[in-house]
Design a protein around this ligand. Structure first.
Ligand SMILES: [Zn+2]
Ligand SMILES: [Zn+2]
Length: 357
């Protein structure tokens, strides 16, 4: 492939760069590796994966390559030291089915574009004081999946592990207060598109998150408390896990924390007030897909069928039609911006919020 050739040219530069970026603890194996092998051999080893090395410099980095697998739904623009990533926040796969703890939110497109796009560091920097995500960063995203869907802390904003309490669908996602779809665990199913050789996401510190194995299929060795480690060919990276923390258990790299979340990150935009939890509800069907402007979510309450249908009316207006389990119906029309700022994407109930109705 032609674009591999320029990648070869930057390999030596990126080897040097790795040392500049390295920190004493996590990058020590990389340094030993470099000392034990002649530079040429290191360069050749790195060539095979140069396109996947974060911040490789020339060619298409592994970060861009990962998002390119979901183009044009996901669009990237390198701007200085960051990669701007745009999407409408809706995945191509099914949504919502399987949720048994539901706050009546549904997936709506989100304006993660322009000034409200994601900003991913292209040259991640190890932090002098890495921070855990446990009971911290409970607002907003901690990572961004290859398909442009945010990944939130595996703990919801009340500190519960979402996956353990029925909040998540078959794909590991659900919607927040702004009807914004996001995952709370690693979307390993994206490997159907990505293959195991590519990462499935990147943490908001810029380090990549691979699946349960290394690109060659072998089990990751020597993971740190954040599910991360250094492999000479890849530098520092995280791995997904099937148990907590599921994704990056913290930030090895530098991030800015403000108001309980990583900044900068896009704001989800809601169109209607957040609703209460619906006890006994189980989501059984969802029709509608990205690009479609009409969707229908079916659920049962204690076995009785109910549904929410919604459609874009144009001009930023949405019509919602509710058929409740008791047979009552109602219709609401809401307009984008009506609800005001959506915050950094919040889960349905606030910490310490009122009891579910
Ligand atoms: Zn690894
Ligand atoms: Zn959530």
């Amino acid at each position: 492939m032609l674009w591999l050739r320029p990648a070869l040219a930057v390999v030596l530069a990126s080897v040097a760069h790795a040392h500049v970026m390295g920190d004493a603890v996590h990058d020590a194996p990389a340094r030993r590796f470099a000392r034990e092998f002649a530079p040429v051999r290191v360069a050749l080893l790195r060539t095979a994966v140069a396109d996947r090395a974060p911040g490789g410099g020339g060619g298409r980095s592994s970060l861009e390559d990962m998002f390119a697998c979901f183009s044009p739904a996901v669009r990237v623009h390198p701007v200085g030291d960051v990669l701007r990533v745009e999407s409408n926040g809706l995945p191509a796969h099914g949504m919502m089915v399987g949720i048994t703890a539901w706050q009546q939110q549904v997936p709506l497109p989100q304006p993660y574009t322009g000034n409200n796009a994601w900003s991913i560091p292209r040259h991640p920097q190890p932090s002098p004081s890495p921070v855990s995500i446990q009971n911290r960063f409970l607002r907003g995203a901690i990572a961004l999946a290859a398909n442009g869907i945010p990944i939130f802390n595996p703990q919801n904003n009340r500190g519960e592990v979402s996956q353990d309490i029925g909040e998540l669908d078959q794909w590991g996602g659900h919607c927040g207060r702004a009807d914004d779809y996001h995952y709370h665990i690693a979307p390993l199913h994206l490997q159907e598109t990505l293959g195991r050789e590519r990462p499935i996401a990147c943490a908001l510190d810029g380090y990549l998150i691979y699946g349960l194995t290394e690109p060659d299929g072998t089990a990751p060795q020597g993971l740190d408390a954040f599910n991360g480690h250094v492999v000479p060919a890849l530098g520092y990276h995280y791995h997904a896990s099937k148990k907590y923390p599921f994704v990056n258990g913290g930030f090895h790299g530098v991030v800015v924390e403000r108001d309980e979340q990583v900044e900068p990150q896009p704001r989800a935009q809601g169109v209607r007030p957040a609703l209460a939890a619906l006890r006994g509800a189980k989501i059984v069907g969802f029709e509608g897909s990205p690009g479609q402007t009409a969707s229908r979510l079916s659920y049962t309450v204690n076995g009785k069928p109910a549904s929410v249908s919604y459609a874009a009316l144009g001009g930023g207006q949405w019509r919602f039609q509710f058929v409740n389990a008791d047979g009552a119906t109602r219709e609401e029309v809401h307009r984008e911006g009506e609800r005001g700022g959506g915050g950094g994407g919040r889960d349905a109930r606030k910490k310490g919020g009122g009891a579910p109705k």
